[in-house]
Design a protein around this ligand. Structure first.
Ligand code: HPA
Length: 276
């Protein structure tokens, strides 16, 4: 783990590089989950910067992943979107997974929209549902804030009692209805992956109050809260979690569902950016 001063210096260098590439300072950061990267095509006045050009960004390991930051405007708001995120299961450490959120913070973003693909545990859900995340359960076995506290960015012991901003959720839920999306909120449990869960693990998650399960999001949300950013979380239920239905899970189903839902997801994002 890098000492505090080194981390702060790196962030300042990354910031300097990005500020030299675009005049547009983002109000809101967006993390586009697996299969949901198509939203970036909607961004106007784009500046696209591949991760591999950005000083101190983690090196992308996955082939075929876009892996770029897209700065621009959507619904009148200045945004920066991550097309492709860094997953813990790929082998990145928690500091690497959350580095882009820190970068968004030092660029001046005061809000973060995180999106992901998840397995549905709540039996009321269906593959293709978009669910607002109300709260999370961190079962990844690690916390991204472990180690020296970056005191210039946030407190040692940040409060997570409203990790997903209530006011934002209250603004966004009615929009879902207008778009014909069943307005739903749920609790997202994060595990490290990359194997999907066993049916016994899903029964356990259901018992402890989880509605959704996935392998991302929670580290970024913890770091955003540390930095005082408001957070909105949107999960696309791509499949029912293991053992909920008498069928096996496959990555192909996850991809199929995100492809099917993408247009609606994009319209939802467009609409909610207007009201946030
Ligand atoms: N489990 C964990 N992560 C996921 C799932 C799942 O069922 N579906 C999409 N991401």
């Amino acid at each position: 783990m890098l000492p505090e001063q080194e981390q702060v210096n790196r962030l300042a260098e990354t910031r300097r590089f990005l500020v030299g590439k675009t005049n547009l300072m983002p109000e809101i950061g967006i993390i586009l989950g697996s299969g949901l990267g198509g939203f970036a095509s909607l961004i106007d006045e784009k500046t696209v910067i591949p991760y591999k050009e950005i000083p101190h960004f983690p090196i992308s390991t996955v082939e075929g992943h876009a892996g770029q930051l897209v700065f621009g405007k959507v619904s009148g708001k200045s945004v920066v979107a991550m097309q492709g995120r860094f997953h813990y299961y790929e082998g990145y450490n928690m500091q690497e997974v959350t580095y882009p959120v820190r970068v968004m913070q030092v660029l001046g973003a005061t809000g973060l929209i995180v999106t992901n693909a998840s397995g549905g545990i709540n039996p009321a859900y269906r593959p293709g549902d978009l669910v607002l995340i109300r709260d999370h359960i961190n079962l990844m076995g690690e916390n991204p804030l472990r180690g020296a506290n970056l005191s210039s960015l946030g407190p040692r012991f940040p409060d997570l009692s409203e990790a997903y901003d209530l006011e934002w959720r209250q603004k966004v839920l009615p929009l879902a209805q207008e778009l014909g999306i069943t307005p739903q909120e749920g609790i997202y449990a994060a595990l490290s992956g990359p194997s999907y869960e066993s049916p016994a693990e899903i029964r356990y998650l259901r018992t402890i109050g989880a509605d959704l399960v996935g392998m991302s999001t929670v580290p970024e949300v913890i770091v955003a809260n540390h930095g005082g950013m408001r957070v909105l979380g949107i999960s696309c239920v791509t499949n029912m979690a293991a053992g909920i239905l008498p069928q096996k899970l496959s990555h192909a189903e996850v991809i199929e569902t995100t492809e099917r839902i993408e247009k609606l997801f994009v319209r939802f994002m467009q609409a909610l950016l207007r009201v946030l």
